[in-house]
Design a protein around this ligand. Structure first.
Ligand SMILES: Cc1cc2nc3c(=O)[nH]c(=O)nc-3n(C[C@H](O)[C@H](O)[C@H](O)COP(=O)(O)O)c2cc1C
Length: 395
């Protein structure tokens, strides 16, 4: 078998041109249960849909004969780090379910593309394993849990492993209603029926990777055995979540963490100001990819008002629904310093492992450069709201 043929069989080649193409490949690569976890959202998935449609309400201005192509340099400095693209890989839990190479492969993919991954506190590779598998220092995400001893110990481990930035996710006081996951038996342990076992067995590569490497549990917590016993499952991790969470919890984390700190899951300008007031260096405008409060506003819709109050005091990242380079342009025009992507890199990973992650980032980067050139924009720093036109039908 020639290399080129193997590549096409593995899903590479000219038929894979966009993030949506990777989505189709990923859907075939994993069992329905895992697909429900990756691609699903909360309840009626209104916010999942809103995250996408919000981008359609903005059109791009096109200026012609401007005499300059977009610069090759698409770098930005975010959280004190120079990134080659304004795209960070968002934290995603249980990434080993998409492909057994999990967060280690995603982090390596990120650095091959000149950016960083945020390692989820629900990751299937521990912070030490990811550090050992990579050259660069990646960021670490943590929920404010009820157990400060456990949080303190995880923050120390992340700092020792070299994580320069802590991302504190604040939109999970309880888990969202992930009905699709429950319908397909996605739980810990999974609810297996003969049909679900067959559905997995017809994907022997995925099946073998899962059984051989068993990247299905939260490794940070497993290795935390000395502190609190092995807290293996996501359900047990969910028990750590506190409904009565307050800003004093984030303030406490700020006191413990010496590096940069971003608060993720902000949709309201008043909350953005609170985050800065407790010492955050910036916020991530996010609705958790529509996986938490169904009916929450689209991240892109929330962005302009938040960017306005944060400007000059901190940084603004946004995530939710970014699938094209033109989406990145719109987010930057509306005040984001950079965007994060979640599902797009999971599609790449599920379809083709680490190379798929790199390819998704390559696609987005080239779309971003092409969009800017066609608009007549020279450099990222020139993007501002004057480059957008609001279409009818929006709010
Ligand atoms: C499968 C999956 C798992 C996720 N796990 C986490 C997590 O552990 N921590 C977190 O802060 N956000 C988590 N998120 C949310 C992402 O960080 C991000 O906000 C979201 O995926 C962005 O939307 P997008 O998928 O449309 O790009 C998860 C998202 C997905 C799709």
């Amino acid at each position: 078998m020639t290399a080129a043929f193997r590549y096409r069989l593995s899903g590479g080649g000219r038929d894979v041109q966009s993030v949506e193409d990777y989505r189709r490949l990923a859907r075939r690569a994993v069992p329905r249960m895992v697909w429900a976890y990756i691609d699903g959202g909360a309840e009626d998935m209104r916010t999942v849909a809103a995250n996408r449609s919000a981008f359609d309400r903005w059109q791009l201005r096109q200026r012609v004969l401007t005499g300059h192509p977009a610069r090759d340099d698409l770098s930005v400095t975010v959280a004190g780090e120079a990134l080659e693209v304004p795209i960070v890989l968002a934290p995603t839990g249980l990434t080993g379910m998409s492909h057994w190479t999990g967060e280690a492969a995603v982090a390596r993919g990120a650095e091959r593309a000149g950016t960083r991954m945020v390692l989820s506190s629900a990751a299937t590779y521990s912070v030490e394993e990811v550090a050992a598998a990579t050259r660069e220092h990646h960021w670490f995400q943590l929920y404010p849990w009820r157990d400060r001893e456990l949080m303190g110990s995880l923050m120390s481990r992340a700092a020792r492993a070299g994580a320069p930035t802590l991302v504190v996710t604040v939109d999970v006081p309880i888990h969202g209603g992930r009905e699709l996951e429950l319908r397909h038996g996605m739980a810990t342990p999974p609810v297996l029926t003969p049909a679900r076992v067959i559905d997995a067995a017809v994907r022997p590569r995925w099946w073998y990777g899962l059984f051989r490497h068993r990247r299905v549990t939260v490794r940070h917590l497993e290795e935390q055995g000395g502190v609190r016993g092995a807290v293996r499952s996501v359900q047990r991790q969910a028990r750590l979540i506190r409904v009565d969470l307050g800003w004093d919890d984030v303030a406490w984390m700020r006191e413990q963490w010496r590096g940069r700190l971003l608060v993720k899951g902000i949709l309201d300008p008043e909350d953005a100001v609170r985050a800065l007031d407790v010492g955050a260096d910036g916020v991530v405008v996010s609705n958790h990819g529509g996986r938490q409060l169904d009916g929450a506003m689209a991240s892109l819709d929330a962005l302009p008002a938040i960017a306005e109050v944060v400007r000059g005091r901190g940084e603004v990242l946004m995530d939710g629904g970014v699938r094209r380079g033109s989406d990145v342009v719109k987010a930057l025009c509306l005040g984001a310093d950079a965007v994060c992507i979640g599902r797009p890199f999971l599609y790449g990973l599920a379809a083709r492992g680490e190379d798929g992650v790199v390819d998704v980032l390559r696609i987005l980067r080239s779309e971003l450069a092409r969009t800017m050139t066609l608009m007549g924009v020279h450099k990222l720093g020139d993007l501002d709201p004057t480059w957008l036109v609001r279409t009818g039908g929006g709010r």
